[in-house]
Design a protein around this ligand. Sequence first.
Ligand SMILES: CC(C)(COP(=O)(O)OP(=O)(O)OC[C@H]1O[C@@H](n2cnc3c(N)ncnc32)[C@H](O)[C@@H]1OP(=O)(O)O)[C@@H](O)C(=O)NCCC(=O)NCCS
Length: 182
Amino acid sequence: MSIPATTLPELITSRLILNQVQIEDAPQVFILRNDKLVNKYVDLPETPDEAAAANFIHKVNDYNLQNKGRYWAIRLKDNPQLIGSICLWNFDDNTNTAELGFTLLTDYWRKGYMQEALQCVLQYGFDDLHLTKIDGWTHQLNEASIGLMEKVGFTRNFELEKQAIVDESEKHMVIYTILNQH
Ligand SMILES: CC(C)(COP(=O)(O)OP(=O)(O)OC[C@H]1O[C@@H](n2cnc3c(N)ncnc32)[C@H](O)[C@@H]1OP(=O)(O)O)[C@@H](O)C(=O)NCCC(=O)NCCS
C-alpha cells in the first residue's frame, strides 16, 4: 500500500498548531537554520540570507505537494510566529516507511513543545498515512534528540545502523526507530 497523497493537514495539539510554512516565516526559518546551538549536531546546507530561507520554504512546500513527505511549521496557538518545524520525509512507498526531522528555536526548548508536536505527528503518520515504521537519524552526542525520541517510544536500531551507516562520514550517526503497533 503506498502512502496516500494529501495536501498538508493542519494538526492541533493542546498548545500548538502544526501547519504549512509560509513565505512570511522566512526570518524565523533563517534564524533556525543559522543558530549555532540549534545546529550543533545538524549538518545543513547553507542558508546565507532570508532569500535563501524563502527558497527553502518553497522547496519544502513542493515536497509536500509531490507527496515526498510532510513538513510542518510549529506555532503556539496564541502566537502565529513559527517557533520550529517537524517533518516526515524520505517516504518509501515499497515499505511504507518514513524518516523524522525536528528543530526548535532555543527560547522554546525544554518546555515539552517538541514532545507534544512529535506525539501528534506520530499519530498522524501511523493512523492516517499508515506508515509501518518511522526512523530518526541523529548525531550520537545529540542528547536532546535522543532523549526526546526515547521518551516517545523510539528505540535504537542497531540492525539498521549496520546496514545503512556504511560511509565513514556518517559513523557518528545513530538511528532510532518506532514501529506502528496497530
Ligand atoms: C531536540 C529538540 C527539538 C527538543 O525539543 P524540546 O521541545 O526542547 O524537547 P521537549 O521539551 O519536548 O523534551 C521532551 C523530552 O526530551 C528529552 N530532552 C529534551 N531536551 C533534552 C536535553 N537537552 N537533554 C536530554 N534530554 C532532553 C527529555 O526526555 C524531555 O523530557 P523531560 O523534559 O520531561 O525530561 C531541541 O533540543 C532542538 O531543537 N535541538 C536542536 C535541533 C536538533 O538537534 N534536532 C534534531 C536533529 S536529528
